[in-house]
Design a protein around this ligand. Structure first.
Ligand SMILES: O=C(O)c1ccccc1NCC(=O)[C@H](O)[C@H](O)COP(=O)(O)O
Length: 209
């Protein structure tokens, strides 16, 4: 099965168009106001206007008040929600949308507990732990920390680039990969040649799986 791809932190219509034309499976929009990649609901609605069916639009939140998530949902037709904070499962479940829980991986991560706790999630996104940032770190983590039982159903994130994504896929064999900083020329500004190179890297990684 080919590895699915999500590009996160899109802020410009031309980057959404490039991502779609390069064959991504999902595009991510950040609704965390502190992020340099944050978009407003009005910006988001305009950005995804031309996203075709079968490309999932994912909205990213960090410990948001439920009213903020509902405000976004009322204006933006999100296909899935991605939670990057300390959101408990009942909170994640309360918006009646498929949801992804981001897990900041470190040596002490108890994967059994995480899997049980977030059993209702559509997916677990494994990202780099950083005590000062809830995500979008641009740094990778030690993929050996991922147990085999989790690897093939996870969304692998954190510091993926056109140069390392093939190796990541060969080593981890994730369900999907998620990238933001690795395909940017500046925060929130994607680079079309990096997106194309990333997709080629995914394809190369898949050849060996
Ligand atoms: O992008 C942000 O600024 C951000 C802020 C707060 C929480 C999450 C954020 N981004 C998440 C992502 O873009 C990705 O899902 C993931 O963290 C990988 O990012 P990167 O390491 O830059 O590829």
């Amino acid at each position: 099965m080919r590895t699915r791809v999500k590009i996160c932190g899109l802020t410009r219509a031309e980057d959404v168009a490039t991502a779609v034309s390069c064959g991504v499976d999902a595009v991510g929009l950040v609704f965390y106001p502190s992020s340099p990649r944050a978009v407003t609901p009005a910006q988001a609605a305009a950005l995804i206007h031309t996203v075709p069916p079968f490309v999932t639009v994912v909205g990213l939140f960090v410990d948001a008040e439920p009213v903020w998530v509902r405000t976004v949902l009322a204006q933006v037709p999100l296909g899935a929600l991605q939670f990057h904070g300390h959101e408990p499962p009942d909170y994640c479940e309360s918006f009646a949308r498929p949801w992804i829980k981001a897990i900041a991986v470190r040596h002490t991560t108890a994967f059994d507990e995480v899997i049980n706790r977030y059993a209702a999630a559509a997916g677990l996104l494994l990202d780099t732990y950083d005590p000062t940032l809830p995500g979008g770190t641009g740094r990778s983590f030690d993929w050996h920390l991922i147990p085999p039982a989790v690897a093939n159903r996870c969304i692998l994130a954190g510091g993926l680039t056109p140069d390392n994504v093939a190796r990541a896929i060969q080593q981890v064999k994730p369900y999907a990969v998620d990238v933001s900083g690795g395909v940017e020329s500046a925060r929130g500004v994607k680079d079309c040649s990096k997106i194309a190179a990333f997709m080629q890297g995914v394809h190369d990684g898949d050849q060996f799986c």
